[in-house]
Structure formats: structure tokens, C-alpha cells
Design a protein around this ligand. Structure first.
Ligand SMILES: *[C@@H]1O[C@H](CO)[C@@H](O)[C@H](O)[C@H]1NC(C)=O
Ligand SMILES: *[C@@H]1O[C@H](CO)[C@@H](O)[C@H](O)[C@H]1NC(C)=O
Ligand SMILES: *[C@@H]1O[C@H](CO)[C@@H](O)[C@H](O)[C@H]1NC(C)=O
Length: 195
């Protein structure tokens, strides 16, 4: 008798524990009017990861195919810092220093000349990756870029796809700058915590 009962009891136990773990998840989802508290597991959030991404950012203003184009002129032609100018960018991101090296995505957005004292830019851009499993994932950056400083640090304020819940920072170092054409190649190292 006991032998027959045992498997039944065991399966009841399994069913009960499955039900109770399900209830725990549901109970954690509390309602506060139009805002809901969710168990992070319900939207597939596991352990936070730290990733480091390194690439070169090519800002080309000259030639027949510029990827940085002025969309708003400076407020005055006598401003040494081009205060008020805004440039829209679609800058290629490559693994190597050369523009011809492997393309992994583009920096899309704009930068604005935001300082009257030095060349200080407000950067607002998304790194839109196109390579492999990262194709379609983005990292959003909003920060200050004093382009003549050796290292500039800009905050990562978010991301999508494989970079959901991204936060972190970017360190930018100029590799090459042509002051005649304005063309620049800048190394970017992104350190990002994400889901
Ligand atoms: C700046 O110079 C350009 C070209 O000479 C001219 O078209 C523009 O009106 C000037 N802008 C201002 C604010 O003076
Ligand atoms: C990235 O995704 C887009 C849209 O799904 C697709 O058209 C493109 O070919 C993909 N690129 C690479 C390099 O896989
Ligand atoms: C800098 O840009 C100018 C104008 O496009 C070009 O003539 C010159 O060769 C460039 N200098 C270097 C070192 O690439």
C-alpha cells in the first residue's frame, strides 16, 4: 500500500511546489493604480553583466561623403568655439583604426557646440550596432565632450536589445585629428552594466 501511495504523494508534492512557486511570482506583482511592480524574472531579467566594447569613431566632415553635417550654424561667425552650432552624425564605428577596417555599427545623433569658453560639445548619440548578435542593439550616450582633453568621459544612459537597462560610461581618446578638414578618428571604450 505504502509503495503505491508514495508516487502519488510525490507527484502531489511536485504539483504543489510548482503551484506555490507560481503563486510567489504572481504575488510579487503588486498593483499601484497604473504602475505595476513586477518580478524581474517575468520579463527575463537574470544577472546583470559588465561588458566592455572598444571601437574607433570616424567623424568625417570633408570630402564627398561627410558623415557629420552642420544642421544649425553658430550664433556668431566670430565665436572661436562655434557656440550654438549643431552637427548631425552618422559616424561609422570600426574595430580597427582605419575606416576600411571591420564596421560594427554607427554613431547616430548630433553634437552641439555648448561652450563659449573652450571647444565643449554636448553629445547626444546612439551607438547602433550591426555586427552579429548585436545587430539591432543600441547604447545611448548623453554627455560633455571637451575635444582637446586627452580623455573625455561621457555617461551611458541606456540601451536596447542586448543592452537593456544599460548604464555606464564611455572614455574617448582622439587618435587622429585634422584641424584643416575637421575630420577626426576617436577611440571609444564603453564600459557598461546591462541585463
Ligand atoms: C556667417 O557667415 C556666413 C557665410 O559668410 C553667412 O551666410 C551668415 O549669415 C553669417 N552668420 C552670422 C550669424 O553672421
Ligand atoms: C542587421 O539587421 C537588419 C535588419 O534586420 C538586416 O537587414 C541586416 O542585413 C543585418 N545586418 C547584419 C550585418 O547582419
Ligand atoms: C587634412 O585635411 C586637408 C583638407 O582636406 C588635406 O588636404 C590634408 O592632406 C589633411 N592632412 C592629413 C595629415 O591628412
Amino acid at each position: 500500500m505504502a509503495r503505491i501511495l508514495f508516487p502519488i504523494l510525490a507527484s502531489k508534492c511536485i504539483v504543489f511546489s510548482l503551484l506555490s512557486s507560481f503563486t510567489i511570482i504572481v504575488v510579487i506583482g503588486e498593483n499601484h493604480g497604473f504602475v505595476r511592480t513586477l518580478d524581474p524574472r517575468l520579463i527575463g531579467i537574470k544577472k546583470e553583466k559588465l561588458s566592455q566594447i572598444r571601437f574607433y569613431w570616424h567623424d568625417t566632415q570633408s570630402g564627398r561623403n561627410p558623415t557629420a553635417i552642420q544642421i544649425v550654424p553658430p550664433v556668431s561667425n566670430t565665436s572661436a568655439t562655434s557656440f550654438g552650432a549643431i552637427k548631425m552624425i552618422n559616424d561609422p564605428l570600426t574595430l580597427g583604426r582605419k575606416l576600411s577596417s571591420e564596421l560594427i555599427g554607427r554613431a547616430q545623433g548630433f553634437y552641439a557646440m555648448a561652450s563659449q569658453e573652450e571647444l565643449g560639445l554636448l553629445m547626444a548619440m546612439n551607438f547602433a550596432f550591426t555586427e552579429g548578435k548585436y545587430n539591432g542593439s543600441t547604447i545611448s550616450v548623453l554627455g560633455r565632450n571637451t575635444v582637446y582633453a586627452k580623455v573625455r568621459e561621457m555617461p551611458v544612459i541606456g540601451g536596447n536589445g542586448l543592452f537593456r537597462f544599460a548604464r555606464g560610461y564611455v572614455q574617448a581618446r582622439t587618435y587622429k585629428f585634422n584641424s584643416t578638414s575637421g575630420d577626426a578618428i576617436v577611440e571609444h571604450i564603453v564600459s557598461v552594466l546591462h541585463d
